[in-house]
Design a protein around this ligand. Sequence first.
Ligand SMILES: [Zn+2]
Length: 500
Amino acid sequence: MPMARQFSQAEHVQVPQQADGKPAVHPACASLPARQCHHALVNKAENDRLARCEASIKRRFDEIVPVLKEVAALGASRDFTEQANRLAEQHLGHPFPEAVLERSWIHGVDVPTLYSSSVFSALTAGVEQFSQRIHQELADGQSLDALLVDCGFHAVNVSACADGRLKGLFPYILRLPASDLLRRSAFAGTLFDVEDDILDWQAAELRRFREGYPSTSDSGTRYLKVAVYHGSSLDPTHQGCAAHQSNEKVAMEAALERLQQFRQGIENAFCCGASTDILLIGLDTDTDAIRIHVPDSRGDLSLFRFVDNAELYKKTLGMNADQARLTIYEAIENVSDVGGWGQGVGKPHDGMRRLMANLLINNLSQIEYVAENYGGWYPDKGHGERFISIGDGFQELQVRNLAYFARLDTVEEGAADLDVGVKIFRHLNVEQGLPIPMAIHYSYDANVPGHRERIIIKLQRVAAAIRARYSDLLSAGMLYLHGSIQNQKLGSPLEEVPLP
Ligand SMILES: [Zn+2]
């Protein structure tokens, strides 16, 4: 898998072909990959930091296979264990499990077990490395909290597709740091759980009522529910959302329908008028450019009324920062006046306009990030996940294509998401002779007595159900599970849970 490249290397990037065979033209910077664009609103220092972060976390995973090839080639040499461990320590940063190496003289090197244990070690090391960063982000997050409240939102709940290409949604694509007011979840096809979100809304409202946090219950702030769907500009009919057969219109409609059900559900049950806002965002997984569907004054959305950030990048390139910012605000204003299919009633409220402008500006940096490190388009336009993440997911490891994420509490409920992930990994790993590493991870609330113990039981129950569901893979030695829990306070250490 290619590593994040520096610009000098990106000059040699081949222009990808569109589905019709013609060379692609980058939607934001037409001179790519020959010549870079530099936008006045891009945060260059943050882009450099994120590139180092992506490269270091992916390197941990991507060196596993080359190291294992060398280990396998050592064969039955006399100091096999020492040599294998020297390679592992040197390239992976940890030794292999002693017992596995010692068995090697009988049936040869047990590559699947070494592979899985290395993936899980990379995972643990990555979480450790980045929990430090989370502490920093939480401090920074206070400025995000302030911005959200200032824009009139007391909670923001974002659901995206579970596709690994959206794994970097917060730190990379939208540039939103970890924050107490920000909730996130991922479901195949962005088909989020409406009932769960209504419960989350109730908890947020109760907290305002009881604690006045982050705003008092009589202030006019709102709960914002965001859904993120995705498509592919290079190959829209093959590399879009698998859960919707790569049909972007179907993906949009499905996400919008859930948003409307959520909003309607709350209005029906609590007759609180328009106390929730909804927002729909589309992502091009080839360039990481977003489009935002702009609500009207009643909070209603249209599939046909949106601001395309690749176009905005192109339009505002060459302007100074103030002009560019103004043009972005104008674009949001102007789109509210469109007629025809996208026609709505008036403009969204001021806070919503400010939030959208912030997201668009943040995403300009990401468009340039992909341009600078990859020449404009990601080379791994399809799936390239390293492991399957099950349960609550790892807050620390948010990098594109690192994991396929299935958020689930029981295997029965999450079977559809899980099956999609296993199907992807049968192709990615099993066909190559490598097993599927699955990391089951749940968080608990250390404030609630007994929660930790109950979560461990739940995790073990989920593990047993997964083993039963994929018994063919298990008996073929092609499925490895890893269990871990974490206190829900962001940045808490990972605790490994033995799976019987
Ligand atoms: Zn998808």
